[in-house]
Design a protein around this ligand. Sequence first.
Ligand code: SDX
Length: 430
Amino acid sequence: MSEEKAILTIGDKQIELPVYTGTEGERAVDISKLYEEHGLMTFDPSLANTGLCRSTITFIDGEQGILRYRGIPLEEFANSKPNFIEVAWLLIFGTLPKEQEILDFRQMLTERALLHEGIRQHIELMPQGAPPMAILSAGINKMVCYYKRFLTLDDDDQFADAAAQLISQIRTIAAHSYRRSQGLPVMYPDPAMRYCANFLHMMFSLPYRQYEVAPEIEDAMNLLLILHADHEQNCSTATVRVVGSAQANLFASCASGVSALWGPLHGGANVKVMEMLESIYQGGLSPEECLEAAKDKANPFKLFGFGHRVYKNYDPRAKILKDSCDRVFAILKQKDPLLDVARKLEELALKDQYFIDRKLYPNVDFYSGILLRAIGIPTNMFTVLFAIGRLPGWIAHWKEQHDNPTRRIIRPRQLYVGNNQSHYVPVEER
Ligand code: SDX
């Protein structure tokens, strides 16, 4: 129950509104009865000032650059031996899994890794240059065509079954789509391998030569997926909630999340960052010209990988990724000139008044591509890897909303600014 009140004065009317305070002190004015009781709506086109729900999954403090999964700081997952499946469990089921819970979940993933031949054949029929995100979204939706039991999830066991199916098979669909794009035969999942190693095996092994997964690469892959696992009400997660609020099934809701993530202002930015860095490196724009283009309002160019709706400080994920690049390159005895380009660009931007005034810092996408490239992931698969990482977050938010007894369909209002009433005119009189 809210103690604090806000007063909205409009005309000679004063409307009292409840004010709620979140666990970390953020405050929200409850306007949920405003239209029903006063015929008034608020106006917030990008929902930047609007809380969609109460959630216990992820906390972000954009001013401080804080990100916590179920209260645990992101950095603590990066320091220990990164284990994506452990984090997926934490986000979805709310607690750190016990040893047996991890073993059981891992077994569920192993048993569900193989695609139905119908889905595999559908991927085979895709044109070779088909966008991987289109294949991924279609593949996730298609699962319910072959596994009708997932259309309605009536209890926790059915939900866990569906979650394991999605998390396991998103990886297989992604790898198969990559193999299709390379004109290579698919590699089937190896039940002896753990999550990330199995994905890399399906991506890079050949029928006559097993891809040897270096432990450091497997760790880097786990870390990358952990860093992308959830981010409260970002565009794609909010999309999953909107679609799920209509009681659409979990697979249709997550497939819609893939579509939203594809956008270059969201998950698609990691591809745009690499194209930007590559063009600077190849002697296109200089870093300085890049910044000027990004600041020019007449120029649609943005400094991809910079800026964030919530972070007005350094994205903690970007910090971890930047440090990981150094570590992985040292281990692999590799260098990537694009890392030097990225560093130069960051250095210039962080000193530039335009970026300082707008609190524009590197976000998760600025360095992720360099690490993905070091692992051997091709650029056109970067956003697919983002989706593999983000899937547990989508599932967790879908479940949190699904389990909420007061849930309602999400249906915003609008401010109509079109024609007043007019009348139909027959075509011969127009
Ligand atoms: C992700 O929401 C999430 O949590 C997303 C995400 C997640 O984990 O789910 O963190 C993942 O999507 C990260 C963001 C990836 N996108 C990009 O890197 C694309 C480049 N960034 C921008 O498009 C932008 O910063 C957004 C989309 C990320 C945020 O957009 P907002 O909040 O609507 O900010 P805005 O466009 O209103 O920008 C405010 C000002 C504007 O200038 P003014 O009108 O005040 O003069 O900052 C400028 C913008 O033009 N600006 C940029 C810029 N980002 C903002 N100018 C140049 N380059 C940029 N990158």
